[in-house]
Design a protein around this ligand. Structure first.
Ligand code: SF4
Length: 756
């Protein structure tokens, strides 16, 4: 059904020679990340050494995966590329559009009614272009990829930032925008700045209450939300090899939360076990034969300080369970310090809901460990104090845990099992109906990866803390944020003091995985006769028109649209939640453009000055007024602008509405690339303090845009309302082919031209 063993054997067949050549060029032993990168060059056998953090390199990924929310726009774009079939194995996964409200069955039925138009579109485009289709309810993209497609030493891209999850099986797997996926699906090279390398040495072994999740929560504490930017994190050491493959997946998954390009682990027996358990003995055998290529050269892990740009060491013997949050995944609190931290910060101690599962933490191991705690509820005469929900990552996991009695255990504590989908992790959780925006201040704990404001339930007053599934379960039993299961006792129904026993579980199901209908639909051999129909009156889908190039003339008299204050993630630029329904309709979804960003001049969201009238209006309204008047605009932002997801809508929407440039202190990598792909200007302040010069009524002239060239700064004349001007210098990272994207209006326009 799933993987392509011949493709994998082909990758392995060429690895040895390519790695040997790279080793000679670099002149030293290689890390695992370097081996994978150098053996996936577009040019084939390497001919030169690349500079980390400097050189743009063309790669040839082995696979592409798309989730339903981003696949719509990616496939709408691919339809313009003029190709009869995708050039590399590609899959589409329906997981983001299923709202969690009642239970799996009811919610899936409703999603199939409300989003049938989108699912039908994705299925027919998949069928036409040779793409594997995972229907709604089949599972979450990253869990399904880990179970079916990931393989040690491979390289893949996916239109979702948590594609990095596949690093758990020793891949270099990278989250990209749909436009990048279109390049690879169309048989073109995929370009990436050669990443820097961060080594994480894990000494000791996990035990007791500490889980793989705590490793990445600690890494997030050390690196912060942007500390991994532009780097691949490579984990090694005794703590790495002694951990399960799915545990490695959890750690790699949340590498996205430190901004890392991706994370990976060297091949070991846990990967062999996982491949065999998921019915891929032939991949396991093939990997075993080339295992020396699937991990770093010996000296790298013996003397890591010589090979990595940054080295972190974590001792798993002393690592405590952590809870990270609220509102940012890098605010880490060891559980023993939570009582103090909660008091200091006035975090509500009562935990209303505990949620486990998601692509981050829904392995058999996670669920069995959580279930071992849920079992203790009745055994110890306790009651689950918080609501408790489970979102399994795939039908295979769900079917197996049902067979093994864990679903019954969860039912026994009154838990709700949601559909095998993203649900609460992406704001598709109907917790408050239409009252979410005014929801009460409250605390939830979950085992997902992100906890930005409104991310789970749309309520800005929900404080979400991220922890391991076992810690989330224990806290849900206690109902308190400051409950430390390592040391605290609970009072049971008989008034006795009891302690929870340490969680226990199985790395893999003792009886093996099982599933009746995994939810996969293979495409037709010849899909040329398949008709893809998009209604012109649809509110969910809209065929695309190519973007018109931004002329140098239109870059004079540019108005400020908004200067966001503080964090401006892709959620602020293009909100998820209810807006997910418009992901395939550019004009409709553009009505959410930047509505979550805080205006630096009045500290309000979605309330900016329309310079043409002087009135304060919603951001999309102001932007549509400028568009109508034929005036281009600019967005000015702070550090790490566009962090969060790979969603290209955050670039396409402003582009569609007429924003020409985004000028910030620094960018999140994927978003910067997405802006470039859509033919916009992605610029950074040469002098960060110039950010403070930008005023609400400013007009901008790109005085030397005619000289736009790689490595050359641009000059921006800022004209203030009183007529005074400031000339500021701005940097960019465009290379010549990216400048071509700008000149042609978009990267897709360039592909089309080349295919014409
Ligand atoms: Fe879905 Fe959440 Fe995983 Fe994203 S992080 S794929 S929204 S479960």
């Amino acid at each position: 059904m799933a993987f392509d063993i011949d493709m994998i054997k082909g990758v392995y067949a060429s690895m040895g020679e390519r790695i040997e050549k790279a080793r000679k060029l670099v002149g030293r032993p290689l890390t695992l990340a370097e081996k994978i990168l150098y053996s996936h060059l577009w040019e084939g056998t390497p001919s030169k050494q690349f500079s980390r953090g400097k050189d743009y390199v063309d790669f040839a990924p082995d696979r592409v995966a798309c989730q339903d929310a981003t696949a719509q726009m990616a496939l709408l774009q691919f339809m313009h590329a003029g190709k009869p079939k995708v050039a590399v194995p590609t899959t589409v996964h329906c997981d983001h559009l299923i709202q969690a409200k009642v239970d799996a069955k009811t919610d899936l039925k409703r999603a199939n009614q409300t989003s049938n138009e989108v699912f039908d579109f994705l299925e027919s485009v998949s069928n036409k272009y040779g793409i594997g289709f995972w229907k709604p309810g089949a599972g979450i993209i990253h869990q399904v990829v880990l179970e079916n497609y990931a393989f040690p030493g491979g390289m893949m891209i996916g239109t979702d930032s948590h594609t990095v999850n596949a690093g758990g099986l020793g891949m270099v797997a990278i989250g990209v925008g749909g436009a990048d996926a279109v390049d690879v699906m169309a048989g073109m090279a995929w370009e990436l700045k050669f990443p820097k390398l961060i080594g994480v040495k894990l000494t000791g072994k996990l035990s007791g209450w500490t889980a793989p999740k705590d490793v990445i929560l600690k890494v997030a504490d050390i690196l912060t939300a942007k500390g991994g930017t532009g780097a691949i994190i490579e984990y090694f050491g005794e703590g790495a090899t002694s951990m399960s493959c799915t545990g490695k997946g959890t750690i790699c998954n949340m590498g996205a939360e430190v901004g890392a390009t991706t994370s990976t682990f060297g091949y070991d027996e846990s990967m062999d076990r996982y491949l065999r358990a998921t019915d891929r003995a032939d991949v396991a055998d093939a990997a075993f034969e080339v295992k020396e290529h699937l991990t770093a050269d010996a000296d790298v892990y013996a003397n890591p300080e010589k090979y990595f740009d940054q080295l972190i060491e974590i001792n798993l013997d002393t690592l405590e369970p952590h809870l990270n949050g609220p509102f940012t995944p890098d605010l880490a609190t060891p559980i023993s310090k939570m009582s103090e931290a909660a008091k200091e910060n006035d975090w509500p101690l009562n935990v209303e809901v505990g949620l486990i599962g998601s692509c981050t933490n829904s392995s058999y191991e996670d669920i069995s460990r959580a279930a071992s705690l849920a079992k203790q509820v009745s055994n110890k005469k306790l009651k689950m104090k918080s609501q408790f929900t489970i979102t399994p990552g795939s039908e295979q996991v769900r079917y197996t845990i049902e067979r093994d009695g864990f679903i019954d255990t969860f039912d026994g504590v009154g838990a709700t099992v949601f559909a095998n989908a993203c649900g609460p992790c992406i704001g598709m959780w109907d917790r408050y109906g239409d009252k979410a925006a005014d929801g009460p201040r409250n605390t939830i704990v979950h085992s997902f990866n992100r906890n930005f404001a409104k991310r789970a339930d749309g309520n800005p007053n929900t404080l979400a803390f991220v922890g391991s599934p076992e810690l989330v379960t224990a806290i849900a039993i206690a109902g308190r944020l400051d409950f430390n299961p390592v040391s605290d006792k609970l009072i049971n129904e008989d008034g006795e003091e009891v302690m929870l026993e340490e969680p226990r579980g199985y790395e893999l199901p003792p009886e093996g995985f099982a599933v009746e209908d995994a939810g996969f639909i293979a495409p037709m051999e010849d899909g040329s006769g398949v008709q893809v129909v998009v209604s012109p009156t649809s509110e969910r889908l809209q065929l695309l028109e190519p973007f018109v190039p931004i002329t140098t003339e239109s870059l004079q008299g540019v108005k400020l649209l908004i200067k966001p204050f503080g964090k401006c993630t892709t959620d602020h630029i293009s909100m998820a939640g209810p807006w997910l329904r418009y992901r395939g309709h550019l004009d409709n979804i553009a009505n959410n453009t930047l509505i979550g960003a805080v205006n630096a001049f009045n500290k309000q969201t979605n309330f900016v000055k329309n310079q043409l009238t002087g009135e304060y209006v919603a951001v999309p309204d102001a932007q549509r007024a400028y568009k109508k008047a034929g005036i281009k605009t600019i967005v000015v932002g702070d550090h790490n602008y566009g962090e969060g997801s790979s969603r290209e809508h955050a670039a396409m929407q402003p582009r569609h509405l007429g924003v020409a440039a985004v000028l910030v202190k620094s960018f999140a990598r994927i978003h910067e690339t997405n802006l470039k792909k859509q033919g916009m200007l992605a610029l950074t302040f040469a002098n960060e303090n110039d950010y403070d010069l930008i005023q609400e009524d400013d007009t901008f002239n790109f005085v030397d845009i005619k000289d736009f060239a790689p490595g050359k700064q641009l000059t921006l004349e800022v004209v203030h309302a009183n007529g005074s001007t400031d000339n500021i210098m701005v940097n960019h990272t465009y290379n010549q082919s990216q400048i071509e994207w700008f000149n042609e209006g978009s990267a897709l326009n360039v592909i089309k031209k080349e295919n014409a």
